[in-house]
Design a protein. Structure first.
Length: 152
């Protein structure tokens, strides 16, 4: 598998999330209920205009993993139960688009990490995924993968 990795500077992005510490073994069963709760908030009690075509996302703060699962939004808001306002990091990132089965997304993450290190960049720690819309013919969707870099 070969992906095209790009390096660019991005702005912080507001998001509505549920944050938790989990394990890599538990996470596959935990993220969907977390995301459902965020969407319930956005469709119900969220302030008008908070959600305008934002995509699903998952932020991994570290290898514990401490994670944030949620949706891009237009700004901050008061906490509502487990759903809180947060922000995707801004700064220098290495990114690539994962296409194909989601079960292979780890390959794209590995490629971004390897490319970054081979090209003299140091990883800063947090990494995340922003999910695109599904392809109606396959059910697969593009996922943009981001790794925050240490600025030179």
């Amino acid at each position: 598998m070969t992906v095209e990795v790009t390096v660019r500077t991005i702005e912080p992005t507001p998001k509505a999330v549920i944050a938790t510490a989990t394990t890599w073994a538990e996470f596959p069963t935990r993220w969907a209920p977390m995301l459902d709760t965020v969407w319930s908030f956005l469709r119900g009690e969220a302030p008008d205009g908070l959600h305008k075509h934002g995509h699903n996302l998952m932020l991994y703060k570290d290898d514990v993993p401490n994670v944030e699962v949620g949706v891009q939004v237009t700004g901050s808001f008061a906490p509502a139960g487990q759903v809180v306002a947060s922000t995707l990091p801004g700064g220098l990132v290495a990114s690539a688009t994962h296409t194909g089965p989601i079960a292979k997304i780890g390959d794209t993450h590995r490629e971004v990490r390897q490319w970054s290190e081979a090209n003299g960049y140091r990883l800063a720690g947090p990494f995340w995924e922003i999910y695109g819309d599904p392809d109606p013919s396959t059910g697969d969707f593009d996922v943009d993968v981001f790794w925050l870099l240490v600025a030179p």
